[in-house]
Design a binder for this molecule. Structure first.
Ligand code: NAP
Length: 236
């Protein structure tokens, strides 16, 4: 009997690390749902990967839109009846170099909405579906800037949002502990050459996406509730 393909969903995947993760997960034999907030950009990105022979399809998702998350859940349920891999990748870094004392609160809230609340919405929607299916790999794309051990004032809202994302990882991992085969982890991709990371960053897209793909394909005896970089544990 043919083994069914794993179904993977990636947020913020029209460019950067998320886009590369779609490529790597498709190369690992998965059916990938590439999502992005801009339908035109997302369709174009999916078309390129399809042109390379990858099993990728597009679905629109602005991660801050809770009703959009609910619609996507209905789509995934109707099309596949399950979700195997969720990569919460969409993110923004809006306050580099700004002061925690006087940066615009709208900017702080927008950062938390996109980098933290979106992952919370996604986990609340899709982890129960994983529980029903008895299998799941959740990968939250965090940052070394979210490490409490190294926290500084350089980019306040971004750092706080990634620390919160790490906390969410622990909470969700514990909430599903004991379920059949569900693993929830967070990771830092390192400094990667994307629009966010800039041209001087020391890592390629492939290097940045590698640990995400590793966590998305963990075996049953793999780790859960961890924070990783380069496939190794990172201090919280
Ligand atoms: P990027 O090139 O700026 O891409 C960010 C992606 O997130 C884009 O596709 C963007 O879509 C999407 N996005 C932003 N807001 C969204 C929303 N409301 N709904 C849906 N998608 C949204 O950044 P990247 O470097 O690939 O970053 C990916 C992840 O890695 C982020 O979580 C980031 O914090 C993390 N990270 C990156 C680095 C680095 O050095 N690059 C280091 C540490 C952590 P649009 O095209 O529509 O804007």
């Amino acid at each position: 009997m043919a083994i069914e393909k794993r179904i993977a969903l990636v947020t913020g995947a029209n460019r950067g690390i998320g886009y590369e993760v779609c490529r790597q997960l498709a190369d690992a034999g998965m059916q990938v749902i590439l999502t992005s907030r801009d339908a035109t950009k997302g369709e174009a990105a999916a078309q390129v990967l399809k042109g390379e022979g990858k099993d990728v399809r597009f679905h629109q998702l602005d991660v801050t839109d809770e009703s959009g998350v609910a619609k996507l859940l209905q789509f995934v349920k109707a099309e596949y009846g399950r979700l195997d891999v969720l990569v919460n990748n969409a993110g923004v870094r809006l306050d580099q170099g700004l002061s925690v004392f006087d940066e615009d609160m709208a900017l702080v809230r927008a950062t938390l909405e996109i980098n933290f609340y979106s992952a919370l919405h996604m986990c609340r929607a899709f982890v129960p579906l994983m529980q029903a299916g008895g299998y799941g790999r959740v990968v939250n794309v965090s940052s070394s800037l979210g490490q409490l051990a190294e926290m500084d004032a350089e980019t306040p809202a971004y750092s706080i949002s990634k620390a919160a994302l790490n906390a969410l990882t622990r909470v969700v991992a514990d909430a599903v502990r004991g379920d059949k085969d569900i693993k929830v982890n967070t990771m830092s991709p390192g400094w990667v050459r994307t629009d966010m990371g800039g041209a001087d960053a020391d890592r390629s897209l492939a290097q940045g996406a590698d640990t995400i793909t590793w966590l998305a394909t963990l075996p049953k005896d793999g780790p859960t509730s961890g924070f990783f970089k380069d496939r190794k544990p990172l201090a919280w």
